[in-house]
Design a protein around this ligand. Structure first.
Ligand SMILES: *Cc1c(COP(=O)(O)O)cnc(C)c1O
Length: 479
């Protein structure tokens, strides 16, 4: 018989209890990591609960404050999607179960493929890629390799692109050629024409672009690339602005990745899980990763591995299933009208902020925006106040700072302050934020040092960013 648990717990001398030395081989840990004793504080349950509750409140999130980083980082995600994804019938599935025993999950995946194909206007869909960047890699991979078009070794990418676009193209072995933005923030068509020859495998374009603008030249730019024999890839990370209003497939795009975790409601702050579903034209369907989820003639659902031209698997098993459940529930709950309203409200909210701040903050491109508006610090620089100071001051008012210094386009946008309110914020919330931004603009003129020393009310004040970046401390050290 084993000793009763209570007996062990009531062993005398627990005060100042120290962990026994771990029984690991000497070689398993570097000496300075291997601690003999680790003194643990003796605290009561309420003390420990209060400690962790307090720590959790030091963190800022979309559930506590307005968070203008937007869909790209974190928009409001209906809690019911999490509840659905947590249902035991989903969480307890095993990827090696027989098709017959997972018909519900396969049906969900199949219907999600169908919905995503319809929203993009690109009907063939793979749910496999695990992030936007992963979708880019899979999407750029196959076509020209398959055709043996070795002479096509270039991918054209605008200077406003997200860094993952050139990275993905380079990882697929292509040379990246940059096409500039024109003075209106659209793809510079003359520059693109000059680049377009039979060495171009394709172009990667974000629409709306990272300046938050609908590229007015998108149709013509796609034509130019098609005319020289290339394909056009749409970085669909900004689909939050386009749902139900514009289908990338109708504009002429051949391939698109969604960031399901951005547009279709999965909490993913802090680099959490992603899903970069890929949608392509029927002509490219044969290259999609295996397996695809299919509906068989008898109405059952299955996994199709019989795809000889496929680029094969791009990850273990079938994709991030929990994110698919959230995306599916979100799309089904919203319906076509709801999704249209998501984008209309997202665009309306961004334009409201733009209209209410344009007299105090500089706009490099004074146009109607899509889901985000991009100001710069140009007017505040004359007082010695920069974008970073404005962002830090927002913390004092309880707001999470927006994305700053991105996009950076030489001679067009420097010192960017990119605000993406998203569709769920009320007018009252936006008004509160706008008033604070206006106050900060006044402070910049009257008391610049207040901004230089911000944040003043946060648990951590201004960090020495240069030292932090240059002298990384990557491990815990005792005080
Ligand atoms: C987020 C984002 C990506 C990359 O997506 P991940 O899921 O983070 O890999 C690519 N392009 C744009 C425009 C993005 O916003």
């Amino acid at each position: 018989m084993t000793e009763p648990l209570l007996f062990e717990l009531s062993t005398p001398g627990r005060r100042g209890y120290t962990l026994p030395a771990l029984d690991v081989p000497a070689s398993a840990l570097p000496d300075d990591f291997a601690r003999e004793d680790l003194p643990l504080p003796e605290v009561s349950e309420v003390e420990i609960v209060r400690h962790f509750t307090r720590l959790s409140q030091l963190n800022v999130g979309v559930d506590t404050v307005f968070y203008p980083l937007g869909s790209c980082t974190m928009k409001y995600n209906p809690k019911i999607n999490d509840a659905a994804a947590s249902l035991p019938g989903f969480t307890r599935l095993h990827p090696y179960q027989s098709e017959r025993s997972v018909q519900g999950a396969l049906r969900l995946m199949f219907e999600l493929q169908e919905a995503l194909g319809e929203i993009a206007g690109l009907p063939a869909v793979s749910l496999q890629p695990a992030a936007g960047a992963h979708g880019e890699f899979a999407g750029v991979w196959a076509y020209h390799q398959h055709r043996g078009d070795a002479a096509r070794d270039k991918i054209v990418i605008p200077d406003s692109a997200h860094g993952t676009n050139p990275a993905s193209a380079a990882m697929c072995g292509y040379d990246v050629v940059t096409v500039p933005s024109d003075a209106q923030g659209n793809t510079d068509l003359a520059a693109l024409e000059a680049l377009a020859d039979d060495s171009v495998a394709g172009m990667m374009l974000t629409n709306p672009n990272t300046i938050g603008l609908f590229d007015e030249n998108v149709v013509r730019a796609i034509e130019i690339v098609h005319n020289c024999g290339g394909l056009v890839y749409c970085d669909g990370a900004n689909m939050n602005a386009l749902l139900g209003t514009s289908k990338p497939g109708d504009l002429g795009f051949d391939i698109l990745h969604y960031n399901l975790h951005k547009t279709f409601s999965t909490p993913h702050g802090g680099g959490g899980p992603g899903a970069g579903a890929l949608a392509v034209t029927p002509a490219l369907e044969m290259f999609l990763p295996t397996p695809l989820v299919v509906r068989r003639d008898d109405g059952s659902y299955g996994l199709d591995y019989d795809r000889p031209q496929s680029i094969g698997r791009v990850r273990a098993f079938y994709g991030n299933f929990g994110i698919m459940v959230r995306a599916y529930v979100y799309i089904r709950m919203m319906g076509a009208d709801g999704l249209l309203q998501v984008s209309e409200d997202a665009v309306l909210n961004a334009n409201y902020v733009l209209a209410r701040l344009r007299d105090v903050y500089h706009l490099s491109l004074d146009r109607t925006c899509m889901h985000e508006c991009v100001f710069t610090d140009e007017r505040q620089v004359e007082y010695g106040v920069h974008t970073l100071d404005i962002a830090k001051r927002l913390i004092d008012f309880g707001y999470h700072p927006p994305t700053i210094y991105f996009p950076h386009i030489e001679h067009l946008i420097e010192g960017a302050i990119m605000i993406e309110p998203t569709e769920t914020e009320t007018k009252a919330t936006l008004d509160g934020f706008v008033e604070v931004m206006r106050q900060i603009a006044r402070e910049a003129a009257e008391d610049p040092d207040l901004l230089h020393n911000a944040p003043q009310n946060a648990p951590a004040t201004r960090l020495d960013e240069v030292t932090a970046a240059r002298k990384l401390r990557l491990r815990w050290t005792p005080q």
